[in-house]
Design a protein around this ligand. Structure first.
Ligand code: HEC
Length: 108
């Protein structure tokens, strides 16, 4: 699968992954939420920084480096469970997140 290989080499936390999280996730996971008029950090999962993502939620790790299929964060976007109350992420973004995790979930 040539395409998957390319995506895997290209997936960068800073330039590919963080923009997705900032657009679709942080309003409920670590940043100011306009509706709530306060900072909302559902399940104590702070997705505003790499350390926060890797630190996981109140239940534990949400990203298992090297194992997207075993990562609850990936599973939830794949199933459309997250973002909650919103449209599922585009297929391309789901693949980027999977490729980034499979490549070791580095702060790259
Ligand atoms: C509208 C608010 C909202 C948005 C936006 C949102 N979440 Fe969530 N998230 C929640 C709530 C509420 C829970 C707890 C209930 C649940 O697990 O369904 C949760 C739970 C989670 C969990 C499970 C934590 C655990 O250990 O059980 C993960 C992982 C997660 N979200 C990832 C994401 C990702 C990735 C995005 C963006 C693609 C996202 N969320 C966007 C509200 C949100």
């Amino acid at each position: 699968m040539q395409e998957a290989h390319v995506a895997q080499e290209a997936a960068s936390f800073a330039s590919d992954i963080m923009p997705i999280f900032e657009r679709s996730c942080v309003s409920c996971h670590g940043a100011f939420n306009e509706e709530a008029d306060s900072v909302v950090t559902e399940e104590a999962l702070d997705m505003t920084t790499y350390e926060g993502v890797m630190g996981g939620s109140m239940w534990g790790t949400v990203v298992e480096p090297g194992d997207a299929a075993g990562s609850i964060l990936y599973d939830m976007v794949l199933e459309g469970d997250m973002p909650e109350d919103g449209d599922p992420l585009p297929q391309e973004e789901i693949e980027l997140i999977g490729a980034w995790i499979d490549a070791g979930a580095e702060n790259n």
